[in-house]
Design a protein around this ligand. Sequence first.
Ligand SMILES: *[C@@H]1O[C@H](CO)[C@@H](O)[C@H](O)[C@H]1NC(C)=O
Ligand SMILES: *[C@@H]1O[C@H](CO)[C@@H](O)[C@H](O)[C@H]1NC(C)=O
Ligand SMILES: *[C@@H]1O[C@H](CO)[C@@H](O)[C@H](O)[C@H]1NC(C)=O
Length: 296
Amino acid sequence: MADQCDLCLLGLIILSSLLTGTSGVDENVFISSGENVRLSCNNDLSDCNSTRWIYYNRFRHSAAVALIADGIKKKETERHERLSLGSDCSLNIKNVTKEDPGLYICKQFVNGEQVIDADVNLHVLHVSVSSSSSSSSSSSSQTEISPGRSVTLSCQLYSFAGFSCDYWVRSVGLHLLWVNQTGVDLTTDSRYQILFSSDHCIITLTTTLLNEDDNREWRCQLTLRNQLKTSVRYTVKYSASETEVSVTAGSLFRVIVIIVEMAVFAAPTVILLQIICARRAGRKDSEEIDMPTILQ
Ligand SMILES: *[C@@H]1O[C@H](CO)[C@@H](O)[C@H](O)[C@H]1NC(C)=O
Ligand SMILES: *[C@@H]1O[C@H](CO)[C@@H](O)[C@H](O)[C@H]1NC(C)=O
Ligand SMILES: *[C@@H]1O[C@H](CO)[C@@H](O)[C@H](O)[C@H]1NC(C)=O
């Protein structure tokens, strides 16, 4: 019930912000992860003593969280180190993360009476990278990868709970796209597979890396009614050793040798440990432990 009310409230806030356009009361701010952002309180008071900043995102907390109260930063919030109160009572967030999206509410009081109530919806664009050579993904702007590998860049817009990307795409003109350094939409180039899902507000770019891709830059852009709101850059970086075939072959050989040695010497120990663990866990049906195929 409470959730439904919250959703209605959010819906109204968003709707009113859309209808009123730039009323300055409700605002949507789009930013990329890693950047700094300033959320305005639309303040016209001479000091920030009464300023209260409240954060709400149902994905993360069941209730609203006070970040700033009586102009003083709350120490106990997990990200208080990245927050500060500007001289105009704005809320500054350093190094925005994909956990930061949500509704930020600024309230100010004069003689105990609320005079300001500004709502800012923060949306965060974030790129994560996965390469076919490993199952792990990293989200740095640069990652160690090599030619011949397939790489997938996932660019996702993170928002508050209840945000409908689909609605924003159809009715507000939200658009995510991957472009190259000269700003050309990469869907026009057949070497890239580009998929957009409005369910998760994500656009993925998949391509097989070429030798000449070293230092190549791809950008994920978020536009609203054809206006650029924010973008994330991704730069391809090959490590020196991996681009040299001989070194790759050499290190590959060494890795195989080490794996075989490990298997020969470590396998009995591993099996022993597994038997001990199985007994400890009281499992009577401990499954047959096969010798590693590499030893057969
Ligand atoms: C409000 O802030 C001013 C400085 O901006 C300070 O001089 C004053 O004492 C503060 N008032 C209260 C009630 O804390
Ligand atoms: C920003 O945050 C990320 C993790 O979210 C961290 O890896 C990085 O070092 C931070 N950058 C700065 C400048 O604090
Ligand atoms: C961007 O893509 C267009 C079309 O594929 C191409 O003509 C142009 O050279 C590319 N620019 C860069 C810097 O890769």
